[in-house]
Design a protein around this ligand. Sequence first.
Ligand SMILES: [Zn+2]
Length: 260
Amino acid sequence: MRVLVLSDIHANLTALETVLADAEQFNFLGGTGFEQVWCLGDVVGYGPDPNECVERLRAFGDDHLCVAGNHDWAVLGNLPVDDFNAEARRAVVWTREQLTPESRAYLKGLPAEPLVRGDFTITHASPRHPVWEYMVSPFIAQENLAHFDTQSCLVGHTHVPVIFHCRRQQRAVENTEVCRALTPSYKQSVDLTNGHRLIINPGSVGQPRDSNPRAAYALLDTEANILRFRRVAYPYELTQSRMRAAKLPDRLIARLAYGW
Ligand SMILES: [Zn+2]
């Protein structure tokens, strides 16, 4: 099965549309297109198009799944907004005011616990703390190995594309260094059948934070067990002008041009 893996769309419809179009035409393993969409959460928050992004995902119907991110939860009131910085908080409050009943119902239906599909565990932040933990180091990756059973785990949340390679070890063995972090290549596919357990972050569609403003996503073939990281430029000025019109915080508008 060919899967489009999306994370942290953050209500940026221009980035989402660009990614969907790119994924439709990109030649991956001798073919184009995708059969399923796996969304790793944070559909809304920060950006100007929360309802439109929800609608775009909903349109995939049974051909997509999505898990809840911390921003999705905050918008619903499941998390206190005090846990966010001032700008993120303003965006949460603004988003709350914009949501249609349909969008709200969609976000409410997103599972907070990890989903398992074949060899993949799918979660927003980490298998251990699905909504909150930042998977930013090999050590945190290692600690999470005991919290999922599949070969690979797909995470978002940090907005930084990365792949943690972890050597197999018995659960009983503790405090052994087993994971290392690799920055993804956009020039070649990754063979996931290399005997390692893997924790993979495709990066963020709508708000990249690795000093690269291009939208990030991944394509996955679950039979061949091969993944391809992708980056695609999108006209972020359009997103910025809608954010300006919505009076969203300046810093959130500025960061889209730089990817921080
Ligand atoms: Zn996010």
